[in-house]
Write a protein that binds this ligand. Structure first.
Ligand code: KG4
Ligand code: ZN
Length: 363
C-alpha cells in the first residue's frame, strides 16, 4: 500500500456538514484498531485486528511480538477504515492516536503512524491518553451523558474511580494498590487453565458456578479511602484451587462475586466522598464488558437514584472508535498536539493524584 492510495488526489474539502471527522488509531496493548468517528457521534467505520492467536501460545501478551503485529496490521486497518467510511485522508479533519499509557512499542507504532499521516496530509495530530479514550467512550454511546460523572474505569492495566469533570479534566478518587481488575481476571483464568482472553473465559465459566461456594477475601472493603487491591484475592483463588475442593465454575463464580463486592463497596464510598453529585454512575474499560458487573453497578446506581451508563460491549474493550471520539472531543475543545509529542508508557489522567499507599507502579 502506498500513502497515495489513502490520500485523495482531488483535494476535496475536509470535514462534513455535521462537524469534524476524526481518524482514530489504537495500538497500546494487544488490539490494533482504526476508526473514523464524526463529532455528531456517528461511527463512520471501525476496524480491529486482535492479536489473541499470536499471544495465546505464551499465555499472555509478549510486548515485542505485540509491537511487530501492530506494524503489520495498522496501515491495512487505516486503509480499510477510510474505505469503509467512503473517505480519503484529505476528508478527515484530524488524526488521533493513543500516545500512552501502554506497552511502549505498540504505542510508538500507532503514534508515529499518526504523525506520518498528519504530516503527509497536513492535518492536526491529537495525542490521546488511552484512559481518556475509555473515560469519554460512554459519551459516544450516550448523547445525554453530561459532565461531571463518576466513572469506574476497569481495564487490563487499570482500576480507578474518577470524577470526569470535562474533556482533559479528571479527578482520580481511587486506584489499585497492586493489580488491575482485568489483570486479576486474566491471572485467575491462567491459573485455572482457561486460556486468554481471561475475562470473558472467567465470566462464561462463572455462569455455571455458585458465587457463594468458595470463601474468598474482599481486600480493602470497608476502608476509608476507596482504593482497590486484587493481588491477595488472586492468591486466595490459587490456594483454593490447589486444594482440589472446588470446581473451576465455583472458583470463577466466587472470584467474580468477590470482585463485584469490592467494586460496589468502593464505588459507594467514592460516591459519598466526591462532595459533588455526579450526573450518572458510569463504567468503562474492558472489564465493563462483564454482564454480572454491569448488573451490580446498575443496582447501585438505582439505589443512589442515579442514571447508570455503560457503553455497548464492543466499545468497552480496546477499539479505535473510542480514540477517534476522544479525538473529536479534544478537537472541538481546540486541543491539538505538536508533532514532537512523546509516546508515554505511563501517563496518569490526573497528574495531581497522590500515590495510593501501598501502590506499586500503576499510573
Ligand atoms: O480495556 P481493555 O480492552 O484493555 C486495556 O486497556 O487493558 O481491557 C482488557 C481487560 C482484560 O484484562 C480482559 O480480561 C478484561 O478486560 N475483560 C473482561 C471481560 N472482557 C474483557 N473482564 C471480565 N469480564 C469480561 N467479560
Ligand atoms: Zn484499554
Amino acid at each position: 500500500m502506498t500513502l497515495s492510495s489513502i490520500t485523495s488526489q482531488s483535494g476535496s474539502q475536509s470535514g462534513s456538514q455535521s462537524g469534524a471527522v476524526i481518524l482514530g488509531l489504537e495500538s497500546s496493548c494487544d488490539e490494533t484498531a482504526a476508526a473514523v468517528v464524526a463529532s455528531d457521534r456517528r461511527i463512520l467505520s471501525h476496524r480491529l485486528a486482535t492479536q489473541e492467536a499470536i499471544h495465546r501460545p505464551f499465555g499472555g501478551v509478549v510486548p515485542e511480538n505485540a509491537a511487530r503485529a501492530h506494524v503489520d496490521a495498522l496501515i491495512p486497518l487505516v486503509e480499510g477504515a477510510l474505505a469503509d467510511a467512503g473517505l480519503t485522508l484529505d476528508r478527515v479533519d484530524a488524526i488521533a492516536a493513543t500516545a500512552g499509557p501502554g506497552l511502549i512499542g505498540g504505542v510508538m507504532v500507532g503514534l508515529v503512524t499518526a504523525k506520518a499521516l498528519a504530516m503527509a496530509a497536513g492535518k492536526p495530530l491529537i495525542a490521546v491518553n488511552h484512559l481518556e479514550g475509555h473515560a469519554l467512550s460512554p459519551r459516544l454511546a450516550d448523547p445525554t451523558l453530561e459532565f461531571p460523572y463518576l466513572l469506574l474505569l476497569v481495564s487490563g492495566g487499570h482500576c480507578q474511580l474518577i470524577e470526569v469533570l470535562g474533556v482533559g479534566q479528571y479527578r482520580r478518587l481511587a486506584t489499585t494498590i497492586d493489580d488491575a481488575a482485568g489483570e486479576a481476571f486474566d491471572k485467575t483464568a491462567k491459573l485455572l487453565g482457561l486460556g486468554i482472553p481471561g475475562g470473558p473465559a472467567v465470566e462464561r465459566t462463572a455462569l455455571l458456578g455458585d458465587p457463594k461456594a468458595v470463601p474468598l477475601p474482599r481486600p480493602l472493603v470497608g476502608t476509608a479511602d476507596p482504593h482497590f487491591s486484587f493481588a491477595g484475592l488472586k492468591s486466595a483463588v490459587l490456594r483454593a484451587s490447589q486444594t482440589g475442593q472446588w470446581s473451576a465454575a465455583d472458583l470463577c463464580a466466587s472470584f467474580q462475586q468477590a470482585v463485584i463486592d469490592c467494586f460496589i463497596d468502593r464505588t459507594r464510598r467514592a460516591l459519598a466522598a466526591t462532595g459533588r453529585r455526579p450526573t450518572a454512575l458510569v463504567v468503562a474499560g474492558g472489564v465493563a464488558a462483564n454482564q454480572a458487573i454491569r448488573a451490580a453497578l446498575a443496582d447501585l446506581a438505582a439505589s443512589a437514584d442515579l442514571p447508570f451508563v455503560a457503553p455497548p460491549l464492543w466499545l468497552c474493550t480496546d477499539n479505535g472508535a473510542m480514540i477517534g471520539w476522544a479525538g473529536a472531543e479534544r478537537f472541538a475543545a481546540g486541543m491539538t498536539d505538536d508533532l514532537s509529542v512523546p509516546a508515554r508508557p505511563r501517563w496518569p489522567l490526573d497528574p495531581a493524584a497522590e500515590t495510593a499507599r501501598g501502590a506499586g507502579v500503576k499510573a
